[in-house]
Design a binder for this molecule. Sequence first.
Ligand SMILES: *Cc1c(COP(=O)(O)O)cnc(C)c1O
Length: 430
Amino acid sequence: MSHNNALFARARHHIPGGVNSPVRAFGSVGGTPRFFARGEGAYVWDVDGQRYIDYVGSWGPLILGHAHPAVLEAVMRAARNGLSFGAPTAAEVDLADLLCERVPSMQQVRLVSSGTEATMSAIRLARGHTGRDKLVKFEGCYHGHADSLLVKAGSGLLTFGNPSSAGVPAAVAADTIVLPYNDVAALETVFHEQGDQIAAIIVEPIAGNMNLIQPSPAFITAMRTLTEAHGALLIYDEVMTGFRVGPQCAQGLHGVSPDLTCLGKVVGGGMPLAAFGGRADVMAKLAPLGPVYQAGTLSGNPVAVAAGIATLQEIDGPGFFENLEQQTANLVEGLRKEAAKQSVSFCTQSIGGMFGIYFSKAIPTGFAEVMTSDRDNFNLFFHAMLEQGIYLAPSAFEAGFVSACHGSAELETTFVAARRAFNQIQQKMQ
Ligand SMILES: *Cc1c(COP(=O)(O)O)cnc(C)c1O
């Protein structure tokens, strides 16, 4: 038995499902998850010594690749001075300055330890600031696992949300209104009918948790104008897109100034760190200044902050995002060509260092369309690539990530593997 299989069997004794986050279990693609022992640059090695080109990057944080020397050095320097104080440090002030300088809509920021904490806190703040309870979110957008956000669409347009997880009280879910992504008319109707009860819209400004879905310009504009007109807040959940799609996040690309922004993943450089921030008058409602409570024993942890600062400094380098964007575009274009050669129904798109691959005829614009893509073909592709040392996200509904370490050699290897994988799909179709 391989070490991977033995470890997975052992893991299931004391860890539910053998994993500490569900998608890791390979549930939707089948097979045994890889247990990783080491990562360097664009590569990871599993416990059996098999090497893979990694297009997951810890689900987004590792924009500089694995074990980047500058990040490691910063982490080790910070660790030698002590792991945690539960008291202010100079480094967290530096990181707050860096974030507010880079993202103009963030006048103030608070550091937390996970994206879930950032969105949960931002929503509490929006409710405390507006004195309203209702929240608008969009079908297929993931904002972490706080109760009020674990809600998917009901059947009708204005149906109140039903919890999509057991253990979420119906009363909590009832305050979450779920609308289809990119549906301007639905958004207008909801604000027309209940605008005075809505605390906030929370949105992934470029959706990356139902594969990659781009917002239409009309949708972006409608969210900003409707919230403004009805006294609600606009929360950009940029936990995934922040410093991944560009130096000023998705809001920089859209030219939108949200009231609050949530960051995570890249800002922690691979350590548990996230943040939420925005308008100074709203942030002033937070304890200790204001009535909205929010806290954390490890918030602003000096080792995590060191990783974040080092990462942000590296991505400031000249041409960083231009190169990353070009390399990511080269990747998806190469994959598209290989699929076309084998006449497999397949399309792609990319933005910054983020990409989507779809086993469908057209690029989807929302959750319903994503769900119609060919899941069997994805699973076949996933396993064919995995066997050839290419590690993709183990689900057809996740975005992929490229790091600054993915060079033309890694792309070429990926194309060669993809040629065989698409060929297997083509043979199955005959
Ligand atoms: C990953 C993610 C989260 C949750 O962050 P965690 O650190 O996993 O809690 C929230 N929102 C978005 C958009 C994400 O991609």
